[in-house]
Design a protein around this ligand. Structure first.
Ligand SMILES: [Zn+2]
Length: 104
């Protein structure tokens, strides 16, 4: 069982109490865990969208859609498997972050 400090008298009281046993002042409610879980969804969504953007930009250049000419050819496995996998991984992470933020 944890303790917290009374905002009126400054003495330490048990965490589950709603009124201070020393000065009888009401104690403010403890913030719930929900607020921290909602904040965790945002970085997941942003990180997932960043992976998707990185995959799209790399695919644009590696697949030959760019007017620029690169001196070295890209491996075909990059455009066929790795960049779509990176894109889908980012999509999954953004979806998980969105699900995480709306379910709490
Ligand atoms: Zn008190």
């Amino acid at each position: 069982m944890g303790e917290r400090q009374c905002v009126s008298c400054g003495k330490y009281v048990e965490e589950h109490l709603t009124d201070c046993p020393f000065c009888r002042e009401p104690l403010p409610e403890i913030p719930h865990l929900r607020a921290t879980l909602q904040r965790e969804g945002g970085p997941l969504i942003r990180r997932g969208l960043l992976w998707m953007l990185l995959a799209a930009v790399l695919y644009y250049f590696a697949a030959g859609y760019s007017p620029l000419d690169f001196p070295l050819p890209f491996a075909r496995v990059l455009t066929d498997y790795l960049l779509p996998l990176l894109f889908l991984g980012g999509l999954g992470q953004a979806t998980y972050g969105f699900y995480h933020s709306i379910m709490q």
